[in-house]
Design a protein around this ligand. Sequence first.
Ligand code: HEM
Length: 525
Amino acid sequence: MAGMQQGYAYADSLILLVPQFEGHLIAMDILNSEVSASHFTLVSATFVLLLTIATAKLLFPSNPGGSLPLHGAEYGISPRRVLQYMYNAQSMYLEAYSKFRNTVYRITTADGEKVVVPLKYVEELRSKPEEEINNAKALEKVFETKITGLTTETHFLNHLIRADLTKKLPQIIGRLAEEVERSVRTELPQAETWTSININERVSRVLAIVSGNVLVGPPLCYDEEYLHAAMNYSKDISAAIRALKIWPRFMRPTVQHFTPQVGVIRKYRGKAKKMLEPLIKELRSMRAKGNPLPDTMLAWMVEKAEQFQADDDELANTQLILIMAGIHTRTMTITHILYDLAAYPECVEDLRDEINAVLAENNGVMSAQALFQMKLLDSFLLESQRHNPPAFSDMSSSPSRSRTGHRSRQGSSIETPHIAVTKDPEFYPDPETFDPYRFYRLRKGETPDPIGHKNTEQYQFVTVTKENMGFGYGRHACPGRFFAAAEIKLLLARILLEYDRQDARWSGGAALCQRRRGELLYCRY
Ligand code: HEM
């Protein structure tokens, strides 16, 4: 991202003493380190990975064994541990949580060895400045940035999302609601009888159109080539990364030339530029003439391009990152929610009643205020996310060594548990139960708050806490979550209002039987 890199810091044997890691003194020995700015990624891991200390070294002085315990040591040599991780990461992390709930340990992943720190250290780590701890290096490894070109630098993007998209959300929500209504009608079946569809594909297309309305605006958001890119970019990136990761790290730079998936993703950049260039030119000319620009991300980008020294390549690339960051994550979230609605139909009527009551109070308008008032819907979203944690980001990298001299390999990351935390009865009583009303009751003060937040409004879908890192946590928490939540609620409210209205067929055996094939049965009201 031209002009966006926030200086790289190089240092030789710089030892930083970081006071207390719960009483432990940690020394970070930054050797030839590159510390770059923030970035993000979406990685199918079973953890939220935290806080990069690029090529730094951590000391864990009170580690009596001379080295941190290695979870999965019983699987043998490193390649076998990696294999085990690639197929069983989730169960390995869950098992480790019960073993090492309060202690630091190591685990061998496809991206090298990582240090897993318990939740109690999270606040301390997140308060470290980016020069000491940042997530760039680890994400570059996770994304294979050198090969895929997928930048982990999101300064420009974060600014646009926070200063433009989120700020202007109240004024664009009406437009989004209209687009949701229109695309649901065109993209979901209008059948009077029960019809089987691949809901994941349909939702992905609806979201590509609705988000496209805000990202680039009509008519491009209806263009088939644009929609194809929007729906497939993130899938194709993941496929390329997966294909590379089956090879040992040292072979990946060579193997890339024989990996067709890598070729596929490189073509996207050229295509995106070709598609967007005429629009960018038009927006620039409107701006030069002093005409008002439309409320789209692309227009906001054009307005701020000079300030952020972003050329057309950068604008096209930033649009691709936006697509990658948003479409897949939201599609998965909504797909899970729809399955959860099918599996737990008892509250469908309550949800519909809430939506109708809120709409009546807001003159039938799906405003930002109306969405905020849909608290049961919000609770359902959060409970569904708790049971189906989304993709996560990797934010750490640091070689580590104990006081007695053990060094972990350069570039390993610091992670902190996520899934296991959302299933921890201390934070979520009766954690295996899917309770759509769980967070609704907590917010209303009807059930005691097990975490003891200062304010029970913390139990909102968009709120990030260390006990709920569905959208990450800290400096790099997802900036798009407010937009994502609004879109998800608009779409669900529309589906709940218009489909399957009169009986409880959400739970029809057929719907659940179809689950494995990614299909649900729908009938329009
Ligand atoms: C349900 C939908 C979404 C989920 C579950 C989700 C989840 C996440 C997570 C877990 C992170 C990593 C945070 C971290 O590194 O600590 C993240 C980062 C990010 N997300 Fe989202 N996200 C969603 C939607 C979106 C949307 C719609 C956008 C864009 C409008 C977006 C833009 C970003 C960006 C730019 C980052 C990087 C932030 C940084 O590194 O500073 N996300 N997201």
